[in-house]
Design a protein around this ligand. Sequence first.
Ligand code: PEP
Ligand code: MG
Length: 607
Amino acid sequence: MEIRSNAVAIGDVPNPNATTVTEWRIDGVAVSRGVGMGSVVMFERGNQRFERIADERPNADTEISRFRLAVDRSIEELRSLIDAADVTPNGHLTDILNIQLLILEQSSFVSNVEDEMQSARLTAESALQNVQLRYAEKMASVHDPHHREKRLDIEDVCNRIAAALSGETRKQQTTYRDFVVAAHELTPSEMVEVCRQSPAAIITERGGWTSHSSILAREFQVPMVSGVKSIETKFLGGEMVIVDGQKGRIIVDPSEISLSTYAVNTEISISDGPPSEIGGGGTQTIDGTNITIRANADSEAAFTLAKQAGADGIGLFRSESLIGKPGRIPDEDAQIRAYSQIGSAVGDQGVRIRTFDIGIERYSPNGRHTEINPSLGLRSIRLSLHERSYFRVQIRALLRAAAHHGIAIVLPMISGVGEVEEAMAMIEAERKELSLKGVEHGSPQIGAMIEVPSAIFTAREIAAKVDFLALGTNDLVQYLLAVDRDNDQVSELYQTLNPAVIRALRAVIDAAESSRKPLLICGEMAGSAFYVPLLIGLGARELSMNSNSISQIRHLISGIGLADAQSLAASVDIAETADQVEAILRKFYKEHWQTLFPSGLLDAKHR
Ligand code: PEP
Ligand code: MG
C-alpha cells in the first residue's frame, strides 16, 4: 500500500509545515526490526558477468578447464566466507553458505554445465548462463518458497563462478555504509556484502519473513522492509527515507516532524537495549510465578549466548541442522558425536532434540524428489515412520548419547496418537536391542510437538502417551489457518493473533495441565514480547526462544503480574478478529506495562 499525503498522517503527528511538505509513505512487510534513516542507494549488481567475446566454436577442453578452475576458486571463496562467519552467532549465515558450497560440490550442477559446454560447444560463461536459466525456469514453475530460495542460491553461485571466470573477485560496487539500500531482491551473498558495510536499512521488493535474506538482515541487526512493489520505479537513488522495520513502513522525503520523532525513538531504543539487571537462576513474574526460559539453539555458540542471557537449557534443537547436502544424513556415529557435544555444552538443564523435521526433497539425494504440496506431504514424523532405517539410526544415536547427557526426544508434526505409539514402539525396540547387545544407552523422556489441527483436538490423548508436549506456534498458525508461512503473497493472512489460534493455544495448554504434563511453547510467538504476556495469561509456564530474545523477554516477564496477565487473556475472548485481539492487547499494554516494552514495539503492527 502506498499513501501520498501531507505529513500529518504519519504517526498522527501534526505537521506545522503540512501545506508545504509532502511526504510519501509506502507500506511493506517488516522483516527485520529497528529503524534506519538515510539516503537511498540502489543496489548495483555486477554487470557483464556472463559476457565474453569468444570464438564461435570454442575448444571444449579449454572451456571445461577454465570452468573447473572457476568452480575451485568459488569453493575457496565460500570456505573463507564460512570461516569468517562468526559475526552471526546463530549460525544462519554459515548454514546458507554451506548450502551454496554443496551446490558447487554437488556433481549434477557442475556436470550439467560441463555437458552443456560439450554438447552445444559453448563458452563456459554461456553454458553457465543456460544452465542457470533452466534451473530458474524449472523452479519458477513450482509455487514453493523453498524453490525460490534455491533459485536465489543457484543464482548466487553462478554469479560467483562468472566473476571467477572473468578473473575478478566479486568486487564491491558501491559503499553502502549508512545508506538505505534498495533492491528488487538480494541473494544471500549480496546480503552479506551489504550488511557487512553497516547500511542504515534495506528495502526490497521480494523476500518474506523466512527468506534467507530476511534471516540474514535480522542476524546482522539491520532494519529491513520487504514487499515494496515495483521498487525500481519508486526510487532513483538519493531520496531521503526513514525505514521503520517495526511497522513495515517507509517514509520518503520525511518532514522535520517525522525526522525528529523517529530520531528521538531511535535514541531511546538504542539506550534501552537489553536489560542487564536480571541475572541467571530463573525468571519470575512480580508475584513469584516461575516461568522457565529455554533456548532454541542448534549450536554451542548459540547456546553460549543464550546461557549468558539466562536460558535454562535448550528447548528446541532442530536436528535437521546436521543435514547439509540433500540425502546426506549423518551416520549413527556422527549423530552421536553431535548430540553428545551439544548435550555436554548444555549440562544438567538438558537439551530437547527434535527428530529430523525434513521433507522428501531434503531426504532424497540431490533433492531429486519433490512434491506438489510439500508442507502436507511425506515429511517430518511421517517420513521417519515411512523410512524406518533412517529413523532407527537417529533413535539409536539419541539413545546412546543419552547414556551420558540430559537428552529428551521431541517428535515433530504429530497428527495423532497412532503416530506417537508407532514412534514410541520403535524407540522401545531399539532400546531393547541396545540392552541385549550390552551397548550403553539412556532412557530419554519423549515429547510430542503439537502443531497441526488434529493434534490440537487430541492433545489430551497425546499428552497421556508422552512425557511432555511442545507447542510449535510457527506451524500451528500455518496449518490451523491454512496459510503458507513462507509465502509473502499471503503473509497478511498469517495471523498469530487470530482468535482461532488463541483458542487452539488455550485448548492445548488446558490439555497439558489436566494431564499433568509439562508444555513447552516454542516457535517465534514464544520469543516475541507482544505475545508473551498473553501466553502467560493463558497458562504457559515454559517458553523456548532464539538467544537474541531472551534478555528482553525475561525483563518483560519480571515486570508483569500473573493476575493481570490472566485478566488480559480472558479479555481477548470477546474478540472476533486478529485486529480486535491486537487492539485489546495494545491498549492493555499501554495502560499497564508501557515501560516494559522496547520503544516503538507497541505502535508496530502485530498479527
Ligand atoms: C514451529 O513450528 O513452531 C517450530 C518451532 O518449528 P519449526 O519452525 O522448525 O517448524
Ligand atoms: Mg514446526
